[in-house]
Design a protein around this ligand. Structure first.
Ligand SMILES: [Zn+2]
Ligand SMILES: [Zn+2]
Length: 347
């Protein structure tokens, strides 16, 4: 008889999802089977739940949702060499092909044939998950299972904030959702000179303050540009780390970015954005970099080291923990925006 497990599955092409029994998956020669201990909800999971346009075009149904993982290896494929039963692992969720031009030139994170957990294949909101050895990340056994899944989104924040150094510099970060909140801790740990953030959600503004942002601007009522120019004595900021995906916030960021500064973009925009490239990019001679996924695997070393260092307390990022069975409560919280990272624990 096939052994069954609980899993949160996108079963219908509409808003929602279902916790149902599905067969425990089989592994291939180069995979391990993981007993999931904890998983965290990501914006991507929420988009699949709410069934936005991107999800409608991308997700094939039925599919197990989720991708941020911590768990224990319970079965090892014949060709796996680096993992054994009992290992405590997380996983890079972007699975590279290993043979395309990008993979062969040290840029696996932008592989041409990328598949993503919980997007192109079954995810980890389940009791068990199949993880290819190539993306498994062995955790320090001392790392808490609740924090281990956060290394994945933390990697996004690290690649955005620290794509160049920020020690002693002034950073403006529009958007303090869960990724922005991680960004605050990354910036603090890296010795940011002054961290200015903006958002429109009162809960998130309060969170930003608690997590240690130096200047917290309410974009609904504060004059973001003139306040930042005042705070920076007319110089503007050295770095803009864009986490909001809001065109107004991006343009505010470009206006306050000091000539020769850096713009790093992580937030996704709903549609093409109008920019004054002449005045805000070319004549200012700024550097622009887009951030997708995480550098494999240099960013994972940084994320793990940052959590293990204790320089900042990443427990503060987890605002809610639910058992997997209550996954939908987590989705509703995501919808309200009134949360940091939400962790789902699995028995
Ligand atoms: Zn994620
Ligand atoms: Zn590739």
């Amino acid at each position: 008889m096939t052994k069954m497990m609980k899993a949160v599955v996108k079963t219908k092409p509409t808003h929602g999802g279902e916790l149902i029994q599905v067969p425990i998956p089989e592994i291939g020669a180069k995979d391990v089977l993981v007993k999931v201990a904890a998983t965290a909800i990501c914006g991507t999971d929420f988009h699949i739940y709410e069934w936005n346009e991107w999800a409608q075009q991308t997700i094939k149904i039925p599919q197990i949702m989720g991708h941020e993982l911590a768990g224990y290896v319970v079965k090892v494929g014949e060709q796996v060499t680096s993992l054994k039963e009992g290992d405590f692992i997380s996983a890079e969720t972007h699975i590279p092909c290993g043979v395309c031009y990008q993979c062969k030139t040290g840029r696996m994170h932008v592989c041409q044939n990328m598949t993503i957990f919980g997007v192109h294949q079954n995810g980890v909101f389940a009791e068990y998950a199949v993880v290819p050895e190539v993306v498994a990340w062995k955790n320090d056994p001392a790392m808490s299972p609740e924090l281990a899944p956060l290394q994945e989104p933390l990697g996004n924040a690290i690649d955005t904030i620290l794509s160049d150094q920020i020690t002693g510099l002034t950073v403006f970060m529009p958007g303090v959702g869960p990724l922005g909140q991680l960004g605050i801790l990354v910036a603090k740990a890296a010795g940011v000179g002054k961290l200015i953030v903006s958002d429109v959600n009162p809960y998130r503004l309060e969170r930003a303050e608690e997590l240690g942002a130096d200047v917290v601007l309410d974009a609904r009522k504060d004059d973001v540009v003139s306040t930042i120019m005042e705070v920076t004595k007319g110089n503007g900021v050295d770095v803009v780390a864009e986490m909001s995906g809001n065109p107004i916030a991006l343009n505010q960021g470009l206006k306050v970015l000091t000539p020769g500064g850096r713009l790093s973009l992580l937030g996704l925009f709903n549609k093409p954005v109008e920019l004054d490239l002449n005045n805000d990019v070319i004549f200012k001679s700024i550097k622009v970099n887009g951030v997708t996924g995480r550098q494999m695997f240099s960013t994972w070393y940084k994320a793990a080291a940052l959590i293990n260092s204790g320089l900042v307390d990443f427990n503060k990022i987890v605002t809610h923990t639910f058992p997997l069975e209550q996954w939908e409560e987590g989705m509703k919280l995501m919808e309200s925006g009134n949360c940091g990272k939400i962790v789902l624990t699995v028995d």
